[in-house]
Design a protein around this ligand. Structure first.
Ligand code: C2O
Ligand code: CU
Ligand code: CU
Length: 476
């Protein structure tokens, strides 16, 4: 069929009927049919070829979030192309089956472009994925639903608003309207059976504490996958944090409610732990007592940590189907860490910006080198003062080994050993690091690309990324 032609282009999009807003979209065409922000779907092990045409008035580039590809195919900000330019992609999809995604990585424009639409799913299939969907009688697009969660602001005319002031540029831009697959007040009709929801946090800066709630009761749901595909066993939980960039693949039994009842996928209230450390003390905050809650002075009408609905599941009559969960989903072989090099990654706060090991991003500066095929353990530490940061690596997946010093709201759900929560299981590419926490991850830098490869490691709070909370690392 030849390479997939993807055109990034300005467009108009109606979030509410009759309320059109300027927007940016990826357009493709297949068999004479046009698609906007298509969900790409490919078999693991296959070759993927595509070309990006930049129809925008500014520079852009596509990054394949979570995929193990050569640096030249990765959408590094240095690959950014000018308006009218084109970039050709050609790589083997070597990742296991899972819910990956693609989005703009334009140098210093990622936040604004992603917020305006340049993002969608990249689903990889494999035998394990098919086995699970077959066992549970799930069908993509019907009972297996990719769901991107985002928050946006709109002005009085219903136009998308993005105007971070200095403070919002520093902390991250929050919306006050919750969107599920670009739909505000989203409602989905379900029958009393099990659904698979592939949840992606595609927000610029908002963290969600996800739960399924009926009336005042949080219902159980079952996590079957994280960033890089299936975990080993289904894990039933009542809540999970999901940070920007992360995915959570969950099964939810809508038969926990009666026909006529509603269930809400919500974000529960939590302590945002945004703590700038200036002015008046606030006893009990973050241990240093010097902090000031930023939420209270945030200009957003929906500060981080407030409770709200994301999606209403409206249960209708239908055959009650009770799914029998497979006891094993997949194999997740632990990365062998004997003799692994240890590396310190220290997050910190500089003048109005956040830093990684003291660095702010410079295109041609390499923060450190890694040996090809080396296994490294990164100890990512976040100071008590500051805020939570979802840290993301390009090119490689990792495993979370341990969480140390977690705040109570995280420690309360850490029942998977070594302080880990359900969101830490399996293969990961993004991990949320809370103030006061150290998270140890193992990364295997094996690759068979020719020559040195330079990738970025950055905070997936997109305002932080654009402000330089990002470093280059080079793998031999
Ligand atoms: Cu989804 Cu460099 O990011
Ligand atoms: Cu990425
Ligand atoms: Cu950050």
């Amino acid at each position: 069929a030849g390479p997939l032609k993807i055109r990034a282009t300005p467009a108009r999009f109606a979030f509410l009927p009759g309320r059109e807003s300027p927007f940016l979209l990826y357009l493709t065409e297949q068999a004479g049919k046009a698609y906007q922000n298509p969900i790409l779907r490919i078999e693991s092990g296959m070759r993927f070829t595509a070309s990006l045409d930049n129809g925008l008035a500014e520079a852009t580039i596509i990054h394949w979030h979570g995929l193990h590809v050569p640096a030249a195919m990765d959408g590094h900000p240095a690959s950014t192309i000018a308006p009218g330019g084109r970039y050709d992609y050609d790589f083997k999809v070597s990742n296991r089956g899972g819910t990956y995604w693609y989005h703009t990585h334009a140098h210093e424009l990622t936040a604004e472009q992603a917020y305006h639409g340049l993002a969608s799913f990249f689903l990889v299939d494999d035998d394990d994925q098919r086995r699970v969907n077959k066992a549970l009688d799930l069908q993509l697009g019907v009972t297996d639903l990719p769901l991107v969660i985002q928050d946006k602001q709109f002005d009085a005319q219903g136009k998308l608003l993005y105007k971070p002031d200095a403070h919002e540029a520093m902390m991250g831009w929050l919306g006050d309207t919750l969107l599920a697959n670009l739909t505000p007040n989203a409602v989905h009709t379900v029958t009393p059976r099990t659904y698979r929801l592939r949840l992606l946090n595609g927000s610029n800066a908002r963290i969600y504490r996800l739960a399924f709630v009926k009336g005042k009761t949080a219902l159980n749901f079952t996590v079957i996958g994280t960033d890089g595909g299936l975990i080993e066993r289904p894990e039933t939980v009542g809540e999970a944090f999901l940070a920007p960039g992360e995915r959570l693949d969950v099964l939810f039994d809508a038969g926990q409610a009666q026909p006529g009842e509603d269930i809400f996928l919500k974000s529960l209230a939590f302590d945002p732990m945004e703590n700038e450390g200036s002015s008046a003390g606030m006893p009990g905050m973050g241990g240093m007592g010097m902090g000031r809650m930023m939420a209270s002075m945030s200009s957003s009408r929906l500060p981080l940590g407030l409770e709200f609905n994301i999606l209403k599941l409206s249960v209708t009559a239908g055959e009650r189907i009770v799914a029998k969960l497979p006891t094993t989903l997949s194999q997740v072989k632990p990365i062998p860490t004997g003799g692994a090099a240890q590396r310190k990654i220290e997050l910190s706060m500089g003048q109005m910006r956040f830093l990684i090991n003291g660095y702010t991003f410079r295109m041609d500066e390499i923060a450190f080198d890694v040996k090809r095929s080396a296994v490294e353990i990164w100890n990512i530490s976040n100071p008590t003062l500051g805020m939570p940061h979802p840290m993301h690596i390009h090119g490689f997946s990792f495993q979370v080994l341990e969480r140390i010093g977690s705040p109570p709201q995280v420690a309360a759900t850490a029942r998977f050993g070594q302080g880990r929560t359900v969101s830490d299981l399996g293969w990961k590419d993004t991990v949320l690091v809370w103030p006061g926490e150290s998270v140890r991850i193992a990364i295997d830098f094996t690759h068979d690309f020719s020559g040195d490869q330079t990738y970025v490691f950055h905070c997936h709070n997109l305002e932080h990324e654009d402000a330089g909370m990002m470093i280059n690392f080079r793998v031999q």
